[in-house]
Every structure is written in C-alpha cells, then in structure tokens.
Design a protein around this ligand. Structure first.
Ligand SMILES: Cc1cc2nc3c(=O)[nH]c(=O)nc-3n(C[C@H](O)[C@H](O)[C@H](O)COP(=O)(O)OP(=O)(O)OC[C@H]3O[C@@H](n4cnc5c(N)ncnc54)[C@H](O)[C@@H]3O)c2cc1C
Ligand SMILES: O=C(O)[C@@H]1CCCC=N1
Length: 388
C-alpha cells in the first residue's frame, strides 16, 4: 500500500454529524473521505428537512457551554460562507411550574444567565397571541433561540468540505470495518484504509458497530413530522413574531410536543411529538399506528386555535435514543482510533458544528475541548453488549 492510498480519516455517514466532522478534519488539512450509503441529499435518516430548533433552554448545565460554542460556530460558518443558517425567533417553553422538566430548565437558564422572559397567565396572550396557555402551565421565552435552516446547513458543510479537497462518496454503504493501527473500511465499491475512522451513522449505529464487536443500548424511534394549515395565513409566521415552542409536559401523552413557525410549506405550521414508535431504520415507513397524530390533533384543537386540527402533510424522520437521552461521543473501548458519534436522541442538530469539532479532536488523539464525561460509553456499563 502506498501512502497516497492512506487517508488520515474515513468518516462513515453523511448526516449532520458526519458532514461537520468531515468539514472540521478538512479544515485541519487531514486527508478525509466521507462515505454515505444513500445518494445525497436524502430523506431516510435523521438530518433531512428544512428546519430545526436551536436553543439554550436545557435542563442540564453541561449543555450550556456547549451551546454557547455551538452558536458561535454556526455564526462563524455563516460569516465564512455568506449563507444564512439561523433565524432568531425565540423559544416559548410551557409546562407546569412544579414539574421537574420545567423547573429544571428555568433554574438552569437563570443560573447560567441565559436571557429569558417569564410569562404569566396575565400577560401571556399579549406576548403570544393565538396560543391558549394550557391549564396549570407557566411559560418563559428563551430569547436567543430560533430556527436553523437544516438542509441548507448540511449542504454548506459538505460544500465547504469538498472545497477544501475532501472526498464524498455517496451511494456507497459500508459493509466492513476492520480495526487495526490502519483501519480497513469496505464498501460495495471499494476498500479504504485510514489512520482513524469516525462512525456517525445515526439509526444504523449498531449495524456498523457490530463489525467492531460493540453494541450500544440504542433505540430507534420513528417520528411523524406533521404540518398543520393556518386558518388565516400568516397567523403563526415568524414574520409575525411567532416563536418556536416546546411543551415540557402535558395532559395524557402530550409530552414534549413542540412546534416551529410556518416555513417549509407556506401556510403550514410544523407541530410534532417528541416521542415516537420503535422501528427498524430500513422499515420505518411500514408502521401504520396513528396514536401519535391523534394526540397532536387534540393538542392543536386545544392550544393552537388558529390551525385546522387535521394534519395537511405528514413526513417521517428518526430519533436514535440512548437510555438517558444524552449523546455518545467517545472512542471505541477497544480501538482508540475508531471514534463514535451516536445516540443524538432527537436533539443533536443544533450541536452539529461543535460535534464535528469534538469528534475530529477525538479522532486525532487530542484532548477534547469540552468535558465529554456525560457522553462516555462507560456510563452504560451493564447495558453494553460486547464481543471484545
Ligand atoms: C423530526 C425530528 C426533529 C428534530 N428536531 C430537532 C431540533 O429541533 N433541534 C435539534 O437540535 N435536533 C433535532 N432533531 C435531532 C437531529 O436532527 C438529529 O440528532 C441529527 O440529525 C442526527 O444526525 P446524525 O448525523 O447522527 O444521523 P443521520 O442524519 O441519520 O446521519 C447518519 C447517516 O449515516 C448514513 N449511514 C448509515 N449507515 C451507513 C453505512 N453502513 N454506510 C454509509 N453510510 C451509512 C445514513 O444514511 C445517514 O445519512 C430532530 C430529529 C428529528 C427526526
Ligand atoms: O432539540 C430540540 O431543540 C428539539 C426540541 C423538540 C423536539 C426535538 N428537538
């Protein structure tokens, strides 16, 4: 093998995390190939669609410094490319004031001096018209939160990667990963050898990790992405100052319902569940159960009176959940030059540029620039299946 055949890094999976990792590696002049099983762009993973929420409203303190940096990195990418990726809308957080999730989120924001506006039942409709604050709920607005233009962000990261000399091979599923000082990665079209490998394959993580003797406690969920028609066009538009929103707790199974102002489809507003149905990533469209849409219909009728309570468009996406809903950002327990970014648990997009930086640092044998202890594989202990 000549050195010209040897990559510094092979990144497997070109969703948001793999695309930003590849970009970060290329910025450091590392010879990198990004492998993707589907033709790009595609809608079969977790990163497709036009929008995602970005926020600092988190329950856990450890996400706050990460989000500070993530915002900076998104802004830096916007400056470098001239592409608009973020729009500030604010995020309305609603929940029972005595519930754990709401209390913790508010306390963490206050402790970390995250700009917020508390809303009472008295002043709620003056700030947020056309929303009925659910009975027994309190609300606050995370002022700096907003929308990320997701599809555009992915394209920007991949374009930048290619501009720096990075190679993307799509329609090339990885079928083999052979660990070693030089890792051998096999696809239907070829063999790649690299000093390090980063595995960012979303819902397919355990399929690919099986080739390295490791299984993580991940659960893949099929999520329905529902869009609802405005009775009066423009009512829930960001131009009319309608924010993103999250319900931390609700009646019955109305748990963590969230929404974004009208954007993808003119006149339609995205309102979805944050819980879904367990699925196989290759069979995700086969599940016909409709309880999740029924929950949303009741919520829309009660809380968003300006929407027709019947979804106009329903799309599909996937969450890959860990038991504690925190990510996996770590080196492989038996092979330190294989790095894993997995289990983004339905909230990983906003961290994309930072995850890319951290996975790049791990792959280059560096000390990561944030404390990654909440994201270590060892936290699962009893739950890891390993043939190591
Ligand atoms: C409906 C929905 C709403 C969300 N909302 C938000 C939000 O508002 N804010 C937020 O921050 N996050 C949000 N998220 C979460 C966020 O989108 C995900 O955490 C993130 O997209 C995960 O990215 P990924 O790169 O890990 O996975 P993916 O995007 O799925 O990328 C993995 C890639 O690996 C490829 N791959 C798999 N196996 C192989 C193989 N063998 N060979 C080669 N390639 C392979 C796949 O085809 C895929 O392209 C949401 C997710 C969903 C589904
Ligand atoms: O990560 C986020 O901010 C959102 C919140 C609602 C559900 C999915 N992700």
């Amino acid at each position: 093998m000549s050195t010209s055949d040897l990559y510094d890094c092979v990144v497997i999976g070109a969703g948001v995390q793999g695309s930003f990792t590849a970009y970060e590696l290329a910025k450091r002049r590392k010879r990198t190939v990004l492998l993707e099983q589907f033709l790009l762009p595609h809608t079969r993973g977790s990163s497709h669609g036009q929008t995602r929420i970005i926020r600092k409203a988190y329950e856990q303190d450890f996400y706050i410094p990460m989000m500070h940096q993530a915002y900076q990195l998104w802004a830096q990418l916007e400056r470098e490319t001239g592409v608009k990726l973020y729009r500030q809308t604010g995020l309305l957080v609603m929940g029972p004031p005595d519930s754990h999730a709401y209390q913790q989120t508010k306390a963490t924001m206050l402790r970390n001096q995250i700009p917020l506006v508390p809303l009472s039942r008295g002043n709620f409709s003056q700030h947020i018209p056309n929303v009925n604050l659910p009975e027994g709920n309190e609300a606050l607005v995370d002022v700096g939160a907003g929308i990320l233009y997701a599809d555009r962000a992915l394209k920007t990261a991949r374009d930048q990667f290619e501009k720096l000399g990075g190679v993307i091979r799509d329609n090339e599923a990885v079928t083999g990963v052979e660990p070693g000082a030089v890792v051998t990665v096999t696809t239907a079209a070829g063999v790649y050898r690299a000093k390090s490998v980063v595995i960012t394959v979303g819902a397919w993580a355990n399929r690919v990790l099986a080739q390295t003797g490791l299984q993580l406690p991940l659960e893949v969920m099929r999520m329905k992405v529902c869009y609802w028609r405005e009775k009066v066009p423009g009512t829930y538009d960001a131009n009319n100052r309608f924010p993103c929103f999250i319900l931390t707790e609700g009646e019955e199974s109305e748990h963590h319902i969230y929404g974004l102002p009208s954007h993808e489809y003119p006149g339609l507003v995205k309102v979805c569940n944050h819980i879904g149905v367990r699925t196989d990533p290759d069979q995700r469209d086969r599940d016909a159960s409709g309880w999740d849409v029924e929950v949303l219909k009741r919520f829309v009728a009660r809380v968003l009176p300006g929407l027709v309570p019947e979804p106009a468009v329903v799309e599909t996406c996937m969450y890959t959940m860990t038991p504690d809903s925190h990510f996996v950002l770590d080196r492989h327990p038996a092979h330190s030059n294989i790095v894993i970014g997995a289990g983004f648990s339905g909230h990983g997009f906003k961290f994309g540029p930072l995850i890319g930086k951290l996975l790049c640092e791990l792959s280059q044998g560096e000390e990561p620039s944030h404390d990654l202890s909440p994201f270590r594989i060892a936290r699962f202990r009893q739950k890891i299946k390993s043939a190591l």
